[in-house]
Design a protein around this ligand. Structure first.
Ligand SMILES: [Zn+2]
Length: 442
């Protein structure tokens, strides 16, 4: 600032031309107008405790201000906006790569479990389980449901997973232990005692193979989730096909759309972890370290003794997750007192869906898959005929059919779900026609 600038005349015949020619500081001073008298340029010059007018001139009118190039302002603005985006993205990434707060909370609410490896522990567990309004069941073992399957742990919880008992099947082989375990097995076979499970198919096979006991009164949450898609959540057909094509099943959407008859009524299954994430439940998913151990060493880890505490915890935590999902499903009206009995009927069909096939090799193309078998959500209609893939007796509509007019004259030798399994696993397998007699086509 200079005194000569401060004394520049305020009036000009061509204000616009002057405004363009002068620097920004000069414009400000010009608009201020007023006195032409020299002004003090410091508080000392204005006198100690100078008047307010003097102070204003000192800090506003006479100050040249901060001269900032517009481009600098633009760049700073963009930098500010960029920093906001950066912080937002950083927060997302940090959330992805670190455990969310709910992990800590879920760890603290872990109710614990009781490891049952002898007769007295089993007797005590049987008493507690018998008083529960329903049971939560999940099993662990080597290749459950496969021909070489071995049941290792049978985890059973009471309502809300308040008590969790982990039965060591390999340790409970003495006559005394088995006689106590019979009390628990009687509960499993009692149709009036409801059992909450997640994908009961392989557990059903293993418990049957190990103890000769058929589970009764099962309510499978994996099936209940599918049942709710259309009936409660109002999902349309397009969503069903999108679900079928999702998760790398090697089923392009175009293939599904081009073969509507083949995929009609076929639903994809959802995993427990995915369901927990979707529901945003206040519980952790499966222990990633145990999942990694599975990938590295296979399910043989369940046959080691003594079992690592981490594995026992993993097995017990499944009961907690199933219990939490059951409460969530009820809160969402996916399971209600009205539809619960029907869901049990459907779940029992689901439980038996692999039974006719029995325990097959782990890599059997017609073994369990990520698809819900047909004739499970709905009861079989009319005549049922066997599938040469999964060996299940199913209604004719579960097969690809050949009609003459309205009359079905032939069907494929394997059901539609088995045909889709071939597509998913990219296996060549002969699919042939089987004549349907006049009687069968009714
Ligand atoms: Zn089949």
């Amino acid at each position: 600032m200079s005194d000569s600038d401060a004394s520049t005349p305020a009036s000009s015949p061509n204000g616009r031309a002057n405004a363009v020619a002068r620097p920004p500081g000069a414009q400000i001073r010009r608009r201020a107008g007023g006195s032409q008298a020299p002004k003090p340029n410091s508080s000392r010059a204005a006198g100690a405790g100078g008047s307010s007018g003097t102070m204003l001139k000192l800090y506003t009118d006479d100050s040249p201000g901060l001269r900032v190039d517009p481009y600098v302002v633009l760049i700073l603005s963009l930098a500010f906006i960029g920093s906001i985006f950066f912080l937002h993205i950083s927060a997302k990434l940090i959330r992805v790569f670190t455990k969310p707060p709910r992990v800590t909370q879920a760890t603290t609410i872990m109710s614990g479990y009781i490891y049952c490896a002898n007769a007295p522990a089993v007797a005590n567990a049987a008493l507690v389980l018998a008083s529960s309004p329903f049971l939560i069941i999940d099993c662990e073992g080597k290749n459950l449901g496969a021909a070489d399957g071995v049941l290792s742990l049978m985890c059973i919880g009471t309502a809300n997973a308040e008590h969790i008992f982990v039965f060591d099947v390999l340790a409970l082989r003495s006559r005394n232990a088995l006689s106590q375990l019979r009390l628990v097995l009687d509960l499993l076979a009692d149709p009036t005692v409801k059992k909450i499970m997640w994908d009961c198919r392989n557990d059903f096979l293993e418990i049957t193979a190990t103890y000769g006991v058929f589970l009764q009164g099962v309510l499978d949450l994996q099936l209940a989730e599918i049942d709710s898609r259309a009936s409660v959540r109002g999902e349309k057909e397009w969503k069903r096909t999108v679900r079928l094509a999702a998760r790398g099943r090697r089923l392009p959407l175009s293939l599904i759309k081009q073969n509507p008859d083949l995929f009609s009524g076929v639903h994809s299954l959802q995993g427990m972890d995915a369901c927990i994430k979707e529901a945003r439940l206040l519980t952790t998913g499966k222990d990633p370290q145990v999942v990694a151990m599975h990938k590295t060493n296979g399910s043989m880890i369940w046959l080691d003794r003594p079992l690592l505490p981490r594995l026992l915890h993993y097995a017990a935590h499944d009961i907690e997750m199933i219990g939490a999902l059951y409460e969530h499903f009820k809160s969402q009206s996916w399971i209600t007192p009205v539809n619960e009995d029907a869901l049990v009927d459907k779940s029992m069909r689901y439980a038996h869906s692999l039974y006719h096939q029995g325990r097959v090799a782990e890599d059997d193309v017609f073994g369990s898959s990520s698809l819900l078998p047909l004739d499970v959500l709905g009861e079989p209609r009319g005549l049922t005929v066997p599938c040469q893939g999964c060996n299940r007796m199913q209604s004719l509509h579960c097969f690809t059919t050949n009609r003459r007019g309205r009359k079905i004259v032939a069907r494929t030798n394997i059901c539609r779900v088995c045909q889709i399994k071939l597509l998913i696993k990219q296996v060549d397998h002969p699919v042939s026609w089987v004549n349907v007699t006049t009687y069968e086509s009714r």
